[in-house]
Design a protein around this ligand. Structure first.
Ligand code: HEC
Ligand code: HEC
Ligand code: HEC
Ligand code: HEC
Ligand code: HEC
Length: 198
């Protein structure tokens, strides 16, 4: 969060101040620093542009290149359980509103999308994000085990450079068993069928 403060302009300072009042990260989260890309100002895009981007269109044009890229919010600030559970967790609206009660957006196209979030919050209507990576029921993938072995910045190994993505898309076909097996072979990890299938 310190980075947000250092970044400068008024709005950003406000975000930094808000963030400091949010629940403190756990030790695991503190240790697990997110992949920190260079500070790059994300391109100016409107919701109309999202149709031309890779990956499914989401109900709100939420941009990782702005949050995780430009403002360097750590992955685990939002994907809060990635280091201690199978499922990484998708942030609740409450997490978003921790900032967006104050942050209305400087750019007009941002304001339109942030208003969607605020309206949904007011109506107590959770945002229904479209899921991108999902395994069949018979296969099991524990995020926590992988982060422990591959390190907290390993997200990009499987998901690509999400911090540069205006809209998340699948970089690797995680539904292809070969994707899992090739790394398990390389790293001499358990390849019993029952490790992944039950
Ligand atoms: C401010 C909160 C926030 C931050 C920070 C954040 N994410 Fe996300 N992430 C979300 C939300 C909300 C979604 C669901 C909407 C979407 O897919 O864009 C999501 C979706 C994803 C997905 C796709 C999930 C699926 O359905 O398969 C991946 C992968 C992902 N994030 C990885 C990352 C990585 C890696 C980082 C750090 C570089 C990161 N996220 C930082 C909020 C965040
Ligand atoms: C730590 C603070 C913080 C959190 C948490 C946060 N945001 Fe943001 N968000 C920002 C800032 C800063 C901007 C840039 C505003 C601007 O300058 O226009 C922004 C911009 C946006 C925008 C407009 C640009 C874009 O990304 O499309 C949307 C929509 C948005 N946020 C949605 C969300 C959602 C949904 C969540 C929760 C999953 C969330 N935000 C969580 C700080 C935050
Ligand atoms: C070794 C590969 C690998 C690594 C490393 C990895 N993931 Fe994933 N991720 C996956 C797979 C596979 C799925 C689909 C899991 C399923 O359907 O059970 C997934 C799903 C997700 C989802 C969607 C979950 C949902 O409930 O919608 C998010 C968000 C996500 N990963 C974030 C992250 C973040 C953040 C990191 C780094 C801290 C990370 N992942 C590291 C392989 C990986
Ligand atoms: C980039 C390398 C890499 C990829 C890709 C990868 N894994 Fe792994 N996986 C590991 C490592 C390293 C471990 C060992 C973790 C440990 O020692 O706890 C592991 C452990 C596991 C375990 C625990 C095994 C046990 O001993 O009980 C499961 C289950 C698993 N992976 C499933 C998957 C699935 C399913 C996929 C594909 C969707 C996948 N992995 C992709 C590196 C990878
Ligand atoms: C490292 C994890 C892992 C191991 C070990 C593993 N699988 Fe898989 N397997 C997967 C994943 C991931 C999928 C794709 C699931 C999906 O469709 O989303 C899959 C898919 C399959 C399928 C469905 C057909 C297909 O190709 O999609 C069969 C059948 C299968 N595995 C059998 C086996 C057998 C038999 C073994 C032991 C020799 C084994 N698997 C070991 C992860 C694994």
């Amino acid at each position: 969060m310190r980075k947000l403060l250092v970044a400068g302009v008024g709005v950003v300072v406000a975000v930094g101040a808000i963030a400091l009042t949010l629940p403190r990260p756990t030790t695991a989260q503190q240790q697990a620093k997110a992949a920190e890309p260079d500070s790059v100002v994300a391109p100016r895009l409107t919701v109309a542009d999202s149709a031309g981007l890779k990956g499914p269109k989401q109900p709100i044009f939420f941009r990782h290149d702005i949050h995780a890229g430009q403002y360097k919010i750590q992955c685990q600030y939002c994907h809060y359980s990635v280091a201690n559970a199978s499922e990484p967790g998708i942030p609740t609206m409450q997490t978003c509103m921790g900032c967006h009660v104050i942050v209305a957006g400087t750019d007009s196209s941002h304001r339109v999308e942030i208003k969607k979030l605020r309206d949904a919050w007011k109506d107590r209507r959770p945002v229904e994000w479209v899921r991108i990576h999902t395994l069949a029921k018979h296969a099991h993938f524990p995020h926590n085990r992988h982060l422990k072995a591959l390190g907290p910045n390993a997200c990009s190994t499987c998901h690509g450079d999400v911090a540069r993505m205006p809209q998340v898309f699948k970089v690797n076909n995680v539904n292809n068993m070969g994707f899992c097996i090739s790394c398990h072979v390389e790293r001499k990890v358990n390849r019993d069928c029952t490790a992944c299938h039950y």
